[in-house]
Design a protein around this ligand. Structure first.
Ligand code: PLP
Length: 378
């Protein structure tokens, strides 16, 4: 039996998405740009699927640009925003707990002469909106703040960032990486006040290889193409559309289950934390997560790589995170100021619509057993 509790890493494709992809690959396989009726059918299907994803995100279909993944959307947003504002300044505000898909392109820009302010979270994993506001300057051209942190599940103050940008009248475009927020926490790009929003399909039961970048309508005319070519995606990202993946993403959006799914996921997570606290001695909840699907715990003194392996031997999948990358603790947990022992034993557990209370019990039972069999490192 597989107990899959790593839904922040990726998700199992839901049957509706798999069926939609198969249908488009084998039946409605035309190229949406072809002039004959068969191409027209593919174009109509693409329009319909784009509308579904746009409705789910809460934007106009013209504001949605399909990408190959969240990483592409983040890279495009970061590079595109500084290009958009290239005559306005060279200062970027972001956080120390962004995904590498945001941190790395920003680091590249830093090497090219941009000045970067990286806000650090407090001990609970939240960015202080006042610090964010105070970091803005007349030459700030980009603010990039994720909606939900992928290792802690904490929700970050994106709306407050938008308000601060408006208040200080700095020229910054606001980007939010909503890869972990999409379908998990209710938001719309306009409600947040964001100019740019990244999402990714494989976190919400669509296949890998599909994502999207929302670009606010008012920003599109000055936005530069990522891939010049045949003119697909409003001329901003050419390349024949991956119609099967897009159909699958639309189907996954339709099948998600709205508030009921969110309540279910939150309920299983709460139950898991309850069981873990009750059964695993000394377990620390590092973050219970504001988002329904992610939490981080630590078993101080037990190296997380070992825990992940021992759990894996019992058919249970959780993440040491991006928690321990090549022996180094992740930048996110390092930013929280945890003790060495706590840092060593961090696990990220993340849930999805298919997770059950039984999965939570299996995890707590297994961790309690591992704890009994292994000796803590002091
Ligand atoms: N941003 C966040 C917050 C993520 O969690 C991830 C994936 O883990 C990404 C970006 C990258 O998304 P993708 O795997 O689709 O490139």
């Amino acid at each position: 039996m597989l107990v899959y509790l790593d839904n922040a890493a990726t998700t199992q494709v839901c049957p509706q998405a798999a069926r939609a992809a198969l249908e488009v690959m084998t039946e409605e396989f035309g190229n949406p740009s072809s002039r004959y009726a068969w191409g027209g059918r593919a174009a109509a299907r693409l329009r319909e699927d784009r509308q579904t994803v746009a409705d789910t995100l809460g934007c106009a279909p013209e504001e949605l640009f399909f990408t190959s993944c969240g990483t592409e959307g983040d890279n495009w947003a970061v590079r595109g925003a500084v290009r958009y504002n290239r005559h306005k300044g060279k200062h970027i505000v972001t956080t120390a707990i962004e995904h590498a898909a945001v941190l790395e392109p920003i680091r590249e820009l830093e090497e090219q002469g941009y000045e970067v302010t990286r806000l650090r979270p407090d001990r609970t994993g939240h960015i202080d909106p006042e610090e964010l506001s105070a970091a803005l300057r007349p030459d700030t051209v980009l603010v990039s703040v994720m909606l939900v942190n992928n290792e802690l599940g904490t929700i970050q103050p994106v709306k407050a960032a938008a308000e601060a940008i408006r208040r200080t009248q700095c020229p910054a475009l606001l980007h939010t990486d909503a890869v972990q927020g999409f379908l998990k926490v209710p938001f719309t790009p306009r409600g947040l006040g964001a100019d740019l929003v990244t999402i990714s399909g494989h976190k919400v039961r669509a296949p890998k290889g599909i994502g999207a970048l929302y670009i606010k309508k008012e920003r599109i005319s000055k936005w530069k193409p990522l891939l010049p070519g045949g003119g697909q995606e409003g001329g901003l990202r050419s390349g024949t559309e991956p119609t099967a993946q897009i159909a699958a993403l639309a189907a996954a959006c339709r099948a998600w289950g709205g508030e009921k799914a969110i309540r279910h996921i939150a309920d299983v997570k709460e139950y898991a934390l309850e069981r873990l606290r009750a059964q695993v001695e000394g377990l620390r909840v590092i973050s219970a997560g504001d988002a329904p699907h992610i939490c981080a715990v630590s078993l101080p003194g037990y190296p997380s790589e070992m825990l992940v392996r021992d759990l894996s031997d019992r058919g249970i999948c959780v993440s040491s995170g991006s928690a321990c990358h090549r022996g180094k603790p992740s930048h996110v947990f390092a930013a929280l100021g945890l003790s060495k022992q706590e840092l060593m034993g961090v696990l990220r557990v993340s849930f999805g619509p298919d997770s059950t209370r039984r999965d939570a019990e299996a995890l707590a039972d297994a961790l309690a057993e591992i704890q009994k069999n292994r000796i803590a490192v002091r």
